[in-house]
Design a protein around this ligand. Structure first.
Ligand code: PAF
Length: 295
């Protein structure tokens, strides 16, 4: 059995470990002091034991799976990059910035993934709160080696509790998720509301304006987003209506949010292409003001 080094044993990292543990040994890299591993995943009324262990040894590692917060990717992976540069890596986190950064550090080695699974961590237990799917692919702007791609294709075809797929256009999938997160996350964090609040009529105007700004930035970046983006945002807000978004959860826990990896790439692209994005700017600043150091 291959050994996968997992970085970031949070809710999504736990779901991935649960899905892969019948095909691989899962070792969790102790990237910070005091890291504890959830013992179980609860899904559909059943409890599943997680078979994984903490390690600080890099001996015998066949691949790396990065599932930590987008804001932690650089800090958590930097010490490992020179030591594990000859094996496949897979990054599954929000935003777009950390994926590009990691691909630049490890040319030919990094696959990207995106998930619509829902999960939350409650103490030592992870709850699978929404069934979705996880797409894995090779980003066209950072070509990977054949060996890396084969590993990713094999991983995506493993039977397991999560639905995994090989994705021919992973960049487009990440952009679609980014677009939806860039609207739902900042509004819910600043307004301190559940996702469902955004499905109310009073928010439709703001959602449409934000989506128009995002569409313009995507077009200038040669990315095709669905033309009904605003409707999709409302659909996701409704479907996840009783959830607190990840950005709201971070604010409530007094943590730094993922506003930089989520809104940062959009604002940088707007700047590069000379486009105005006043509403994205407004929400970016509003979230930054809530960060622990600025309160
Ligand atoms: O980041 C999140 O919380 C989720 O991606 C989303 C779609 C906003 C739903 O909560």
């Amino acid at each position: 059995m291959a050994t996968i080094l997992l970085i970031g044993p949070g809710a999504i990292g736990s779901l991935m470990a649960w899905s892969l543990q019948n095909h691989a040994n899962i070792k969790v890299y102790a990237h910070r002091a005091g890291l504890s591993l959830p013992g179980h995943v609860e899904s559909d009324g059943e409890t599943h034991r997680l078979r994984w262990s903490l390690t600080d040894s890099l001996v015998g590692i066949d691949a790396v799976l990065v599932c930590c917060k987008a804001t932690q990717v650089e800090r958590a992976t930097s010490p490992l990059i020179p030591k594990l540069s000859g094996i496949p890596w897979l990054i599954l986190c929000n935003g777009l910035g950390p994926q590009a950064w990691l691909s630049q550090q490890l040319p030919g080695r990094v696959l990207w993934a995106s998930t619509t699974e829902g999960a939350g961590r409650f103490g030592q237990q992870v709850r699978h709160t929404g069934v979705g799917e996880t797409r894995i692919g090779s980003p066209e702007q950072y070509i990977v080696t054949d060996e890396t791609e084969q590993w990713g294709r094999k991983l995506a075809s493993q039977p397991g509790p999560l639905e995994l797929h090989w994705e021919p256009d992973i960049t487009a999938v990440l952009w679609r998720k980014l677009a939806i997160n860039a609207v739902i996350n900042p509004i819910t964090a600043v307004q301190q509301c559940l996702n469902g609040a955004l499905a109310k009529r009073e928010w439709i105007g703001e959602i449409e304006v934000l989506c128009a700004e995002i569409q313009q930035i995507a077009r200038a970046s040669d990315i095709q987003l669905p033309s009904d983006l605003a409707e999709r945002v409302v659909m996701v807000a409704r479907a996840t209506g009783r959830n607190r978004s990840s950005m709201l959860t971070d604010i409530e826990a007094g943590r730094e949010t993922e506003v930089d990896p989520i809104l940062g790439p959009l604002l940088c692209a707007a700047d590069r292409h000379g486009l105005a994005a006043p509403r994205l700017q407004y929400w970016y600043q509003a979230v930054i003001r809530l960060h622990p150091l600025n309160r």
